[in-house]
Design a protein around this ligand. Structure first.
Ligand code: ATP
Ligand code: MG
Length: 137
């Protein structure tokens, strides 16, 4: 039923559990599984040389998070998407671009507001996704 599954990975405990679910769903459906990680842009008001340095560090961190997500589902770098921008918007764009049939993500992420039932990125994706969304606690 699902041909392309998109796992949204931010390195959080919820996302780690989502990775296990995405891997199992991918195997059960013989689906192509992609892992997407989105990093927020570095504000350019930082100016040189801080901008370059901050950008380099942010990219390195983002690459490490994506690599970890890929390792959790046992896939090579080709199955990873590293995108810059606002997480929900970029996840939705990737879902459209890759024609995903299923998005798998955590109910919560790295955000500090523990009282919330659903993180803001999950809320936006659920509200606007072109396909079913599987939210993992
Ligand atoms: P908030 O970000 O609203 O403070 P939160 O961090 O707890 O709250 P979300 O950001 O909505 O909650 O995270 C829910 C899920 O969304 C995560 O488990 C992960 O699957 C996905 N996600 C969040 N941020 C990213 C990101 N930058 N890249 C990829 N996936 C992400
Ligand atoms: Mg978050």
């Amino acid at each position: 039923m699902f041909k392309t599954i998109l796992l949204a990975y931010d390195g959080s405990e919820h996302a780690k559990r989502a990775a296990q679910v995405a891997k199992a769903e991918g195997e059960a459906h013989g689906a192509r599984l992609l892992v997407v990680h989105v990093y927020e842009p570095v504000p350019d008001y930082l100016g040189e040389p801080f901008f370059e340095e901050a950008l380099k560090r942010r990219l390195e961190r983002a690459e490490a998070v994506l690599k970890e997500g890929l390792a959790l589902v046992g896939l090579p770098p080709e199955n990873g998407l590293l995108l810059e921008g606002e997480p929900a918007g970029a996840i939705l764009e990737a879902a459209h671009g890759e024609k995903a049939d299923l998005i798998v993500m955590g109910t919560r992420g790295l955000g500090a507001l523990g009282g919330l039932f659903l993180g803001s990125q999950s809320q936006k994706v659920v509200a606007q996704a072109p396909c079913p969304v599987l939210l993992v606690r």
